[in-house]
Design a protein around this ligand. Structure first.
Ligand SMILES: [Zn+2]
Length: 876
């Protein structure tokens, strides 16, 4: 085993230098490559009373060279019997290596080259934290009855918790699942049901075998479900929910038909399975998971109730479906060979999903939107800027990064993987052109369907389709960390000098880098954009009129920042009135990043905000709201905070006045979203009129919920709680306990996090240990409190005292980062040592990276806070 390990680390490191196209034998991984599973037949029998299961499976193996050992993955699963070609293997020859999540069978005789059958019996546990086979307890809609359902979540490496398997993405096989469920339950897996029969414990359901696929894409869900269905282009579509909620899946069902058609065209290969089920699960895990033919969603990411859901929910539902359905090709039909190329799955699905969403819903401004969701992550709403912010820090990593252990595979699901990946693909598409890019994707999918791939395979396909040196351009963006800032300097003769260097925040020892940057620019806001590839450290633009504004990074679509000299900046400021919203957002984002990095004073950003024409463009105002919100938190407990709050109200209030507090007919589709953001932020900043109106609306809501538009409810509750007492807390809590709608429940409990009275803060924190919220949401109530109450100390005190109970509820992706992330709300560098020693005593080795990210964040926040306090005098 050790030898295989050493070999793997070696290949992983060298592959970064010059990655090769996909080849099975050289793909990284722990498992020996001379035995491959071809087909599994798996039978699972859950025991719902004991929350355990027993299972059996036969695996057809292809043995490429004679061997005395069979090695596969299993974790928290005991193998009770093993047979090879029907010969019993002595139990003393079955060795479990818990640390490495492996089982080794030592055979009495050498197994010869050819096909063999492995038969195993095993048993394991059903857990509540969304890894492997999990259970969810919930209240049934309508009846309020307490019910239980079963679901699975396998990515990255948890299929091995349900059945012993070759649990690395490169070991593709066909899977034929059977499961025993209670008589009145519906059972769902990747493929349609082949047969059913009565058994003593209920009903045994057998599914058709899947095509060749990776283990982590298997799915099994069962419970008292309802479904609605339709058919599009020969594929049976279903939305499956717990009883009483199926009609809320109507929007998802209709959107899926639209999205599936779009992808059938785009990829040039029709969706390959006979059906596509999508399940809304009220707990278990937090995001969405692209299991082939059976996608699972946390309920609020799939269900939309036209009467009671907000427009933000509607948009998120569309975006998440578009992301997950894109994976059915990119990820499922073609799968990354190893976790070091996770970005291939996630960067691509994020980009494709957003492209598709923008195509059908241009009114949502999705490329600019702050809440581009990701899966299967637990956090929702990661600003696009956040990936660039993380990528500027000392703790960043290249998009393609070595992954050695299961724990590291789970760490790979971060902003860099999703958002930088997406951002780079968007930049590349605009450089190559929409059609050549699509042709390259078609070529790639065609060549690797039902197989695996590496990043090199994608670049080769795009090279061939576009005739441009994609491999060469891409290397710097995916294989080195960070991204560039381009400086713009005007010369006297119409010449503009451009120079690139690495952009960093609080990271003085950063290595420099050189990027091939697809630069886009325009002269004045009206002229057509031009493009050039900047391959060297410096270059120049010629014939730029001296008296006209020059803007680089058109629409902010490029993954780089731009620093202008004083003359160019002045001309740009003068051209703001004619500039479109994406370019304004881009200038604001860059300006704030320069303040964060200490390259410009706060006045630089404030001056830009002051010069913007008054308008209600969602993305422009959202950028400012986000920055104000973070400044407001950073200034907690300082005398400067009041001054800032007055200024921020003065900037934001006119926009709310223009929009009006109550919705009006014939307003922009983005108006309700902006209105809710403004009301919440102004309420938190202390705008007395907004607080008063929120209180009135809350009273009205208690009498008649329909009196407050669904878009405004979350903001209203938050503002009322921020300025409320124990009685308000109790009312919100009672409402939360009573509702069976996951979305409404979330609104009420989220609001509790806004309380500032320490006694109420403690009451909110205690909910995290109860069954009131699904586990995946309950644990994040603690982070929500740490952020919104400005009392991260109370949140941490609570988490420290209860960390075992909390970690028992955290899913695979949060396991390493959950505790460190609670420290990211501190601004006191003394906390760094406290985190390190806690991690050393209580957390796994895979937490080391999240600990360093949190430490860097604390230092950054402490530094920015110090500078803001010094510079706040600029807000006269
Ligand atoms: Zn994804």
């Amino acid at each position: 085993m050790r030898r295989v390990w050493a070999l793997f680390i070696f290949t992983a490191v060298t592959s970064l230098k010059a990655e090769k196209p996909f080849e099975f034998p050289t793909t990284p991984g722990k498992l020996p490559k001379h035995i491959r599973p071809i087909e599994y037949a798996i039978r699972i029998q859950p025991d719902l009373a004991k929350l355990t299961f027993s299972g059996s499976e036969t695996v057809q193996l292809s043995v490429e060279s004679p061997t005395r050992q069979i090695v596969f993955n299993a974790f928290d699963v005991s193998v009770t019997e093993a047979r090879i070609d029907e010969n019993l293997i002595a139990s003393s020859a079955v060795k479990a290596d818990t640390k490495n999540e492996l089982v080794t069978l030592s055979l009495p005789e050498e197994l010869q080259h050819g096909q063999h059958t492995l038969a195993l019996k095993f048993n394991g546990k059903i857990n509540q934290f969304g890894r492997g086979l999990y259970y969810v307890k919930y209240q049934e809609q309508g009846t309020g009855a307490k019910k239980l359902l079963l679901g699975t979540q396998f990515e990255a490496t948890d299929a091995r918790r349900l059945f012993p398997c070759w649990d690395e993405p490169v070991f593709r096989a066909r899977f034929q699942l059977s499961a025993v469920v209670p008589e009145n339950w519906m059972a769902v897996s990747n493929m349609p049901i082949a047969s059913e029969r009565k058994v003593s414990a209920g009903r045994e359901v057998s599914f058709q075998p899947t095509p060749s696929m990776s283990t982590y894409l298997n799915v099994f869900c069962a419970g008292e479900f309802d479904a609605i269905e339709s058919e599009t282009e020969g594929v049976k579509l279903r939305i499956i929910t717990t009883k009483g909620k199926a009609e809320s899946g109507r929007y998802a069902l209709e959107s899926t038909a639209q999205i599936l058609h779009y992808y059938n065209q785009y990829f040039g290969i029709p969706y390959p399975l006979p059906k596509l089920d999508q399940l809304a699960i009220p707990g278990g895990f937090g995001g969405a998971m692209e299991n082939w033919g059976g996608i699972t969603y946390y309920e609020t990411a799939l269900l939309f109730d036209p009467q009671n859901s907000s427009i933000t929910t509607k948009q998120r539902v569309y975006e998440v479906i578009a992301h997950e359905v894109a994976h059915q090709w990119f990820g499922d039909l073609v799968t990354m060979a190893w976790w070091d190329n996770l970005w291939l799955n996630e960067g691509f699905a994020s980009w494709m999903g957003t492209k598709c969403t923008a195509h059908f819903n241009p009114q949502w401004e999705v490329w600019l939107e702050k809440s581009i969701p990701r899966d299967p992550a637990r956090r929702i709403g990661i600003p696009k800027e956040q990936a660039m912010e993380g990528d500027a820090r000392a703790t960043t990593h290249p998009i393609q990064q070595p992954v050695a252990t299961e724990g590291e595979a789970n760490n790979a699901f971060d902003d860099i993987t999703y958002k930088k990946g997406q951002s780079f693909l968007r930049m590349l598409e605009s450089f190559l052109g929409e059609e050549p890019f699509r042709d390259g994707i078609r070529r790639y999918i065609q060549a690797h369907q039902y197989s695996n791939s590496t990043t090199a395979d994608l670049w080769n396909a795009l090279d061939a389709a576009s005739g441009k040196p994609v491999t060469e351009i891409a290397a710097a963006w995916t294989e080195q960390p960070g991204f560039p800032v381009v400086t713009v300097k005007r010369e006297n003769n119409g010449k503009v000098l451009l120079a690139q260097e690495r952009f960093t925040i609080g990271f003085s020892k950063a290595s420099d880098g050189l990027w091939k940057i697809p630069i886009t620019y325009f002269i004045d806001a009206q002229s057509a954009p031009a493009t050039m590839l900047m391959s060297q450290k410096t270059t120049s633009l010629e014939d730029i009129p001296m008296d006209r504004a020059l803007k680089l990074n058109v629409d902010g679509a490029g993954n780089y920042r731009v620093a202008y000299d004083a003359t160019s900046w002045k001309l740009l400021l003068a051209s703001l009135p004619g500039m479109n919203a994406p370019d304004k957002v881009n200038l604001l984002s860059d300006a704030w990043a320069f303040v964060q990095a200490g390259l410009q004073p706060l006045a630089f950003y404030i001056d830009l905000v002051g010069r913007l024409p008054q308008d209600t463009a969602l993305a422009v105002r959202e950028q400012i709201i986000n920055v104000f919100d973070s400044i407001n938190h950073l200034l907690a407990d300082t005398p400067q905070r009041d001054q800032f709050r007055n200024y921020a109200q003065w900037v934001l209030r006119p926009t709310l006045n223009e929009l009006t507090f109550e919705p009006i007919r014939a307003e922009l589709p983005t108006a309700p979203v902006l209105r809710a953001s403004l009301i919440q932020e102004l309420g938190l900043l202390g705008d007395q009129d907004v607080i008063k109106r929120c209180r009135e609306n809350f009273e009205a809501y208690l009498k008649n919920p329909a009196s407050v538009p669904s878009d405004l409810r979350g903001a209203t509750f938050a503002v009322v709680m921020r300025n409320g007492n124990a009685e308000i807390w109790q009312r919100l809590h009672d409402l939360g306990l009573k509702t069976t709608s996951t979305e409404e429940k979330q609104n009420y409990y989220d609001a509790l996090a806004f309380a500032t009275d320490p006694a109420l803060i403690k009451k909110t924190l205690a909910i995290a240990l109860t069954d009131e919220l699904p586990t995946s949401r309950a644990v994040f109530l603690v982070s929500k409190v740490a952020r919104e109450s400005d009392r991260p100390d109370l949140a941490w005190e609570f988490a420290k005292a209860n960390f075992k109970g909390l970690l028992a509820k955290v899913d695979a992706l949060g396991a390493n980062s959950y505790i460190p992330s609670l420290f990211t709300f501190f601004t006191d560098p003394n906390r760094i040592e406290e985190l390190r020693s806690f991690a050393k005593a209580h957390l796994s080795e895979a937490s080391a990276k999240p600990v360093e990210i949190a430490a860097d964040e604390i230092r950054f926040r402490a530094d920015l806070r110090r500078r803001l306090i010094e510079q706040i005098g600029v807000l006269k």
